[in-house]
Ligand binder design. Sequence first.
Ligand code: ADP
Length: 304
Amino acid sequence: MQTQQFEALLSEQLAQDIQLQEIRAVHGGDINDAYKLTIKPLDSAPRDLSLEWFIKLNDHSKLEMFAAEYDGLKEIQGSQCIRCPGSHSYGQFAGSSFLLMEYIAFTQPKSDSQRQAGLQLAAMHRTVEKAGRFGWHRDNTIGTTPQSNAYHYDWISFWREERLRPQLELARCKGFSDRDYKAGLHLCDQLPELFDGYEPQPSLLHGDIWGGNIAYDTEGTPVIFDPACYYGDRESDLALTELFGGFGEDFYKAYEAAFSIDQGYRQRKKLYQLYHILNHYHLFGGGYGQQAGEVIRELLRHCR
Ligand code: ADP
């Protein structure tokens, strides 16, 4: 997008004549082009107009992906438990789709930041779906993979039908071995064995909370972004924090003190990580397929 187009887009979205002072590419994401936009106030601009904005751009066809992210940010913000960027608007402009949100300057975490993140995520997980359903009012994406959030009253059936089985089908198309695919289907049938004595609640989840989707503002306050929200077992958020690192001991201690974790989590963690490993196999191929097969076999051993 050209400077003039950015200027026109912002003028339209902010309903203000604005002048762009700077466009700076922001790196770190793996899906979209992202920019910090700094505007120069004109005499007519309201005093409270933010001068810094964060925008993500992708193909014209990606509107729904941004619409779901917009709704996810609103949902997290609505819980008032943990900071996330305020989402301003999304749409299509000059052949691209965009998501416009509050710009937040990130710095290194402070000594208390991880503890705060644990406490605040635990608080967010206490926000539950009012009708007791697992899922969300809309579908979204995990990475770029479509993710169905069709409502279920039963968590195991949600995880089986909306998460595990669709990823097994994607894996099969990618070349997942027949043996592992069949073992995966067998695991789908055995799921209740991993939930003996445990009844998950439909908690508000970030849904994609790996270390790359949390950062810290200049006060050291945690900020979560790039969500794939739905209401589900909070253990699935925790399991993802453990898959790719980025969360320290203070985080887990604070979380556990605020919201105790069931003993069976140690086994279910692998089940929840399996979804993301399969998704990585679908998106990136390589050794993730073999890793997924090993996890499936390990989980099946616990089922017998
Ligand atoms: P992608 O959707 O491509 O994965 P992200 O949402 O992860 O992109 O954003 C890319 C990078 O931009 C992040 O790693 C983070 O450092 C930064 N970022 C994300 N949201 C904001 C924001 N609201 N303000 C400032 N920087 C942000």
